[in-house]
Ligand binder design. Sequence first.
Ligand SMILES: [Zn+2]
Length: 393
Amino acid sequence: MQPYAWGSRETIARLQGRPVPSPGPEAELWMGAHPSAPSGLERDGRRTTLDAVITADAPGVLGAQVAARFGSRLPFLLKVLSASKALSIQVHPSRAQAQAGYREENERGLAPGDKGRNYVDDWPKPEILCALTPFEVLAGLRAPADAARFMRELAVPELEPLAALLAGDRADARGDVRATVLARVLSWPAGQREALIRDVVKACHQEVDDYGPYHPECGAIIQVAGDHPGDLGIVASLLMRHAVLQPGQAVFLPAGGLHAYLHGTGIELLANSDNVVRAGLTGKHIDIPELLKLTDPAVEVPLIAPRDLGNGIAAYDTPAPEFRLYRAALGAGPVTLPGDGPRLVLSVDGTLTLTAAGATLKLGQGESAFLSAADATVTAAGPAEAFIATVGG
Ligand SMILES: [Zn+2]
């Protein structure tokens, strides 16, 4: 359990049947083998951790193919994420960027746990977030003309030069102008920040009161301003695409996609990494030059609908090689679980009965199981709703 300050004190506790509210914020429940917080499990009557089990026998646990592709590392990490306050505006690196950044920070002599690190490992961190409740996000950047319209709708004089830049953008320079404007916002002169933020928030209140065309995003920005007063991320939010994911709907964040999760509970599946470069809305380490370097203004950040596979099972397709997410709405009859190789199964509603080679395991709501590559054919019965994480194609 990660107790980050933005976490909810109710949702994950309720999911796991513990007393509500929890003693402190509970932001992310991790299931997987990341070395900084691996899952615990029992092997031969002994408590151990999933990363230790995998290290001891990667081809046996992950399967020969996955071990050949990813080494002795479980390629994915599964989370329940519950935000009652906005998370940082952030971006994640590609594999090449993570390798270069991790090496460079090691060469500079930053210790593994140093708070000044951007790179805690040398892996990329693409991620998919699937909403369990309505989940409000800022994900990807607006088209330049749309960002210009939004700024002009707010009629904040300080923003007009930026709106003019965005509105005058030519198609062939599209990525660049948004990067320029983002850099200007995040490096706004210190003495003028307070006034800018105050004017933007005031204009957002006006837009909501007038029920103007941008009132949903203005409502979100007012919430962000309440969560993180005085933060330039409030102004950067104007450049970002706003969406409210409905339960079952997902968003995929490839490397370079700027995003901030604002409010809600969801299942997140990501490459097995904790590499986050942040621009604001956080007390954690911020590195704006590195964020601007990694942000790809033109990268597509798609919303993803589940693809029905029958038998109550649906897949969320992404191009990430490290993971694939499935959702299963199971009745009382047994259904063969999708995927193969290493898998994580999490019950989010009801009790799930897993059967493999004659052995049975019951998972209560909020409990999860790891299936090794040797557990080839596994059936599951409910009534229950579950998420299954496996390796991508
Ligand atoms: Zn992220």
